[in-house]
Design a protein around this ligand. Structure first.
Ligand SMILES: C[S@@+](CC[C@H](N)C(=O)[O-])C[C@H]1O[C@@H](n2cnc3c(N)ncnc32)[C@H](O)[C@@H]1O
Length: 279
């Protein structure tokens, strides 16, 4: 494996920070070598300096995409941490449906928009879709839209396809939900078409402006800003302030907190879970 020099670590770390917000520390030499080494091999490059220059001069940004796909940690699972999904089922969705029903009267369907801001390979989005389907069997009466976005093209493509192998399925997905909401097809299990149709997926870099996204009632931003600098974390949450409905809900990862990050969000507790609302 090609070894990375301290100068190259600085160069690559700065590049990765610029294109993705992901902050790699000096101790990440091994991570860079194991994740980006294969790209060196693929392009016949002999150093990380060469990779940097190739990425910078590639106007089609193919190398940038490959670097982001390789460096981003796409670790995820179905119903991760369970708490947020119980929160959605027992508190957030009933509250929102109640409020939106009285607002829209009985004529218009209740509209709810939900955004998974770093959806990785889609398990978070499909877990929410399953919660919705179980909570509201007459889903057609509602206008509920889920959107999953991620910076990684490969992750978004996989999320959009909605196909999972045995290992992925066994991580967090209860057996009854597998049988009810997935179809086995020899290569694994694919999410049922009606559940897939509840969601849209697209590439979005949280470092860039959230233009054209519209407003959301629920935002999940879990286990992504842990990779960002304190400054970038603040920028992301300040942008979320602008796209969240005034009575909307924000859910973070179970080890994350808003303390010292964005004073517009106040923490609220329900059972064992914390969620945030605008003050
Ligand atoms: C650890 S996964 C979390 C997935 C899911 N939210 C969960 O909690 O299971 C982090 C995801 O953040 C994405 N990510 C990293 N930097 C990003 C950025 N600047 N914009 C959007 N997504 C980003 C990665 O590609 C990865 O899929």
């Amino acid at each position: 494996m090609v070894k990375i020099t301290p100068d190259e670590i600085k160069l690559i770390s700065k590049y990765v920070l610029n294109v993705s917000g992901i902050s790699l520390s000096q101790s990440k030499a091994y991570l860079i070598e194991t994740r980006l080494g294969p790209i060196l091999g693929e392009y016949g490059l002999s150093s990380y300096g060469e990779l940097y220059h190739k990425a910078k001069t590639d106007i089609k940004k193919v190398i940038e995409k490959k670097i982001i796909d390789a460096i981003s940690t796409n670790e995820t699972l179905f119903f991760r941490d369970s708490g947020p999904f119980e929160l959605l089922q027992h508190k957030i969705l009933p509250d929102l449906i109640d409020r939106r029903s009285s607002k829209s009267g009985s004529l218009l369907p209740v509209s709810i928009r939900i955004w998974s801001a770093a959806c990785s390979t889609g398990q978070e989005v499909y877990s929410m879709a399953i919660v919705l389907k179980e909570l509201l069997p007459d889903l057609k009466k509602y206008n509920i839209k889920l959107m999953g976005t991620d910076i990684s093209d490969a992750a978004v493509a996989k999320a959009s396809y909605g196909q999972y192998n045995k290992f992925e399925i066994e991580r967090g997905l209860p057996r009854d939900k597998l049988q009810k909401y997935f179809k086995s097809n020899g290569n694994g299990w694919k999410i049922r078409d009606d559940i897939r149709a509840m969601a849209t997926f697209k590439k979005l870099n949280l470092m860039l402006p959230f233009a054209g996204l519209g407003k959301f009632d629920i935002v999940l931003c879990r286990n992504v800003v842990i990779y960002f600098s304190a400054e970038d974390k603040k920028k992301v949450f300040n942008k979320i302030v602008n796209i969240l409905e005034p009575d909307g809900f924000l859910i973070l990862g179970s080890t994350e907190s808003m303390a010292g990050v964005c004073s517009r969000f106040v923490p609220r507790r329900y059972l064992k879970s914390v969620f945030y609302q605008l003050q």
